[in-house]
Write a protein that binds this ligand. Sequence first.
Ligand code: CA
Length: 536
Amino acid sequence: MKRRNFTWVLLSALFLGSMSLTASAADRPNILFIFTDDHAPHAIGAYDGWLKDVNPTPEIDKLAAEGMLFQNSFCTNSICGPSRAVILTGKHSHLNGFMHNGNSFDSSQQTFPKLLQKAGYQTGIVGKWHLKSQPTGFDFWTVLPGQGSYYNPMMITPEGRKRFPGYCTDIVTDMAIDWLEEGRDPDKPFILMCQHKAPHRTWMPAPRHLTLYDDMTMPEPKTLFDDYADNASPARYQELEIDRHMGLVYDLKMTPAEDFDASKVPGDKSGFKNLDDMTPEQRAEWDAAYGPKNEAFLKANLKGKDLVRWKYQRYAKDYLRCVKGVDENVGRLMAYLKETGLDKNTIVIYSSDQGFYIGDHGWYDKRWMYEESLKMPLIVKWPGVTKPGSVNQELVQNLDYAETFLDIAGAEIPSDMQGRSLVPLLKGKHPKNWRTAIYYHYYEYPSVHMVAQHNGIRTDRYKLINFYQFGEWEFYDLKVDPDELTNEYNNPEYADIVADLKEQLKSLEEKYKDDSDLSEKSEQWKKEVRASGDYH
Ligand code: CA
């Protein structure tokens, strides 16, 4: 009996061994996952948004022309760290434990890189990590601490911290190419996550892009002067307006006065402090670019809407300059894959952790369930599989990425992951039982930017948002109101639809096991939390 068992084990081992040999690099595609921070779809030419004429992304557009673009791609929780944790785990924030940026990721839990390693993949990550704890499940990793810096960034490696000279987006790409060239085992398939800081606040462009767009006026979003009259009250108590909250020095590169105190600036200070880390040459180029523009601004002495318009122009240009740096580096990676022939068996994915307000509704930043920050770009080029130039309209989420990577690798998808593999969609199929609604939940409140907690549901046409702590709801018919300017929650014509969506929302809370406290807070609490505004 013992001997028979032994023989069976031996034969099985031989069989499985040969299986894994035959199913190695040649069969299983590599995955290059290019991921940015705060890159809104409407700042990508291929997404055909209101910034398309500026066209900051010819290289990403090329990727879309060669692959599949997902038009209805959404995050589950519109903020940096949580989006990343959802991608690693295939689970909503309340289950993976990283609900807001103050958390530290429990790196002992199941993640797709660990499962891919087991399936014979090499795993690598370079660039923005933003999950506090050290990366696990990666054969290769070099990450930025926290938000990281644009210029001469400090990076964390398994051997410790080290500063790298240059511009962050270029450095991260160099590291990705180095690993592809020399670091990896060429006999194994790989997934490489190339994750940029750009175009995150405080939008510091590369030296070569400091004067890009100087000769043009950016188109303005039509909601730049939104007064939130129709919204539930949380939209009027936020702190992410270009007008009232965007800083001239911290965000918009005005030369600080002698007595400028960076500690009085709300939010992360890394961007502003990064000026001190520049080399004298970098700083000279920076001052030469911004100095004359700053002088002209001071002379103009702008007020009211003119001042908002100027702030918007400076902000949008810097944001798009950072996007330009990303786009050029996407081009460099594509060129490298082509030169080496890796392009034939490498799936290239472009995505970003959430969308962003580029002056839409008068805002910058993200967090809300409104379209501009709910949407994530998602473009996938799978040679021989995705139809070039195809556009997919199904509702997909970052919740689906882990399952998709595992499916591509032929690995089993654990039953406790909550998303679905996108592989059938990438193959051009439209499964009849695909989801008809997505679930969203944002938790970081009270905190910087003061966006109230909310959860909600979005279908292909409607959106229902519950600002539960304040006992207020919003409902939008996106077909007639794509900019979400008319809250129809109390419109009797929509009463049946709203009631149905409430039921569906409850079902999604149950389906995804979200048992968060959704109760309304006391009037006293509401008053106090709002009085704590101007959050520092
Ligand atoms: Ca982000």
